[in-house]
Design a protein around this ligand. Sequence first.
Ligand SMILES: NC(=O)CC[C@H](N)C(=O)O
Length: 247
Amino acid sequence: MTGGSATRIALIYPELLGTYGDGGNAIVLSQRLRWRGLPVEVVNVPAGSAVPESCDIYLLGGGEDAPQVLAADGIRQNRAIRRAVSSGAAVLAVCAGYQVIGATFPSGGEIHEGLNLVDVETRRSFGPSDAPPARAVGDIVVEPDARLGLPTLYGYENHAGRTRRLPGASGIPLGTVRLGIGDGDGGTDGIVDGRVIGTYLHGPVLAQNPALADLLLSWVHGPLPPLDAPREVEVLRQARRRALAVT
Ligand SMILES: NC(=O)CC[C@H](N)C(=O)O
């Protein structure tokens, strides 16, 4: 994006993908820009409306199985997010959003087409047994891939789906699960492919992990001025680390 223009943050279909409070990610991103004196515009994209192509960061949150089908169908009406990504936009997709940006995901006993932005697929189970695993509910702690230069990620998860990379998938897992389930493939959570991030972490994830917010912002803005962030965030992160007994 160019020098003085506002960073545009699109909150996609919050009525369908807002069940778990992930709309807070838009608040965190915009506040971290405002604290730095940088202009920002949050673009609320109501369910069913055309997704604009002109945004810098696209946010998709978590939702229930049926709403996420509606969301995928609506977003697919145009290819705005795909075109924006190929022009340098970033995406943060959480839980249902993560499933939706992949190739396929389950809902109502059927497999639905995702947006194919990242090379993952989601099912109720990838195991041999007919009985799917229990819903993944609780705290989740992820050690991010070292290449991302991020500290430990904290959040909570609440999902039935299990996600895995497709053969030959591009991108890297967001990180290694130290507590919780994540993708459920035996150790990873999420994907980072170019400027597209998918993850199972709610929280909102950017409120608990401001370094991840700044990574997204730096991708679309370039180097960010230093920020004298409120100390409370780090105090809360340390308290969380101790409470979860993750060393
Ligand atoms: N928290 C969510 O977004 C849930 C996603 C999806 N409906 C599942 O249960 O797997």
